[in-house]
Design a protein around this ligand. Structure first.
Ligand SMILES: C[S@@+](CC[C@H](N)C(=O)[O-])C[C@H]1O[C@@H](n2cnc3c(N)ncnc32)[C@H](O)[C@@H]1O
Ligand code: SF4
Length: 369
């Protein structure tokens, strides 16, 4: 049974200086053609599963006008939805408005994710985002009128950002009184304006200082740090993302989307021409037991759920204690044992998680290499 579906909307009304996601400029005719292809793709893959989470991401789904949204949601009506579904749509400040929010509400959306990134006007300009602090406050007030389950994205490690600016940003984010914050350390991707302009990364020590500041500040403000880059109040964790991190199956529909079904990970083409011709899939990878186990461990160790020895034994017939020399890792404070017996990466080592994950992949074992 597949419980989650991701739907990719690859259109934006503005292209940011740092973004290498699968996206193009909004164009109404192209949107029409795209939605026809999306419907065909869904029809060809979807097996009538009852979905617990749907995530409409992008690109910028809120770049659609009401007519486009109507077409999209007629297609999505075919997906069976659980009564408790988490149904998220990503929106951007510059093109979300009251009419679209009412439309979302009427069409079952119950979670909104907004890329705010920063309140600082120099940073917004550097990132190529086309709104101001005043716009953020105005739009967030309207969104909060209709939705309670909201995520906001914050970017840090921007080369012109100081610790002081980040502190100000964190205070502004906290003042919005939102239930979920996702944080992103800026990646300077190929094929972006930042890369072409030869912009360099900030110093790694500063990056870590920023990460620790975010962690501490959000903790002091009652956020639960439940995944390396994600923080939520109470029970507002993203069910959709938790499904990914628990290595469960999910559909990925749309240009450049990826999915995981029956031990097969697939990635769709980023070529709009191929997609419109029905050549959806670019590559597929079958994951054998060992690869699946590695993936599952890497995903779970990103979270505060961690590894459950018994569940992993039942699923993969391995004893993780002996396979990974976990007792030694506990002794050396790399791994921590939760009250329920699960293993997580020690809370003060989340920044260096990659250097710990190497002991769970490619046959490496802690203390033996
Ligand atoms: C791809 S966007 C899609 C949603 C929406 N269009 C937006 O801009 O918020 C999702 C998140 O990824 C972040 N992102 C994209 N490229 C990034 C990069 N190179 N480094 C860090 N974060 C990035 C965006 O800032 C945004 O918060
Ligand atoms: S960050 Fe969001 S709005 Fe900016 S180009 Fe990427 S997908 Fe579009």
């Amino acid at each position: 049974m597949i419980e989650s579906a991701y739907i990719h909307i690859p259109f934006c009304t503005n292209i940011c200086t740092y973004c290498d996601f699968c996206k193009m400029f909004y164009n109404k005719k192209m949107v029409n053609n795209y939605l026809l292809a999306l419907e065909k793709e869904i029809n060809s893959l979807y097996k009538n599963d009852i979905l617990e989470t749907i995530y409409i991401g992008g690109g910028t789904p809120s770049s659609f006008d009401i007519e486009d949204l109507n077409k999209l949601f007629i297609i999505l009506r075919k997906l069976n939805k659980s009564d408790n579904i988490e149904y998220t749509i990503e929106c951007n400040i510059e093109n979300i408005d009251e009419e679209k929010l009412i439309f979302f509400k009427e069409n079952g959306i119950n979670r909104i994710s907004i890329g705010i990134e920063s309140f600082n006007e120099d940073i917004l300009k550097f990132l190529g985002r086309k709104y101001t602090k005043k716009d953020i406050v105005e739009k967030m007030n309207i969104i909060k009128k209709y939705f309670d389950n909201i995520n906001i994205d914050l970017i840090y490690a921007v080369p012109i950002q100081s610790i002081e600016i980040l502190k100000e940003d964190l205070n502004n984010f906290i003042d919005l009184d939102i239930k979920h914050i996702s944080t992103y350390s800026l990646i300077i991707e190929d094929n972006t304006k930042l890369k072409n302009d030869k912009i360099k990364y900030i110093d790694e020590d500063l990056d870590q200082e920023m990460y620790e500041l975010i962690k501490e500040t959000l903790k002091e403000n009652n956020f639960i740090h439940y995944e390396i880059s994600n923080f939520s109040k109470d029970t507002y964790q993203s069910k959709h993302n938790l499904n990914y991190w628990m290595n469960n199956n999910y559909y990925g529909f749309g240009l450049g989307a990826s999915g995981f079904i029956d031990n097969k990970r697939y990635t769709n083409t980023r070529s709009i021409n191929n997609y419109l011709l029905g050549k959806y899939i670019l590559e597929e990878e079958y994951l054998d037991n060992e690869k699946n186990l590695e993936n599952e461990i890497m995903l779970l160790l990103r979270t505060n759920i961690g590894l459950n020895k018994k569940e992993l034994y039942n699923k993969y017939k391995i004893d993780i204690d002996t396979k990974y020399n976990i007792k030694e890792m506990i002794k050396d404070h790399l791994i921590e044992v939760l009250d329920n017996g699960n293993y997580i990466i020690s809370k003060d080592k989340w920044y260096i998680e990659n250097s710990i994950l190497i002991y769970f992949i490619g046959g490496n074992t802690y203390g033996q290499n």
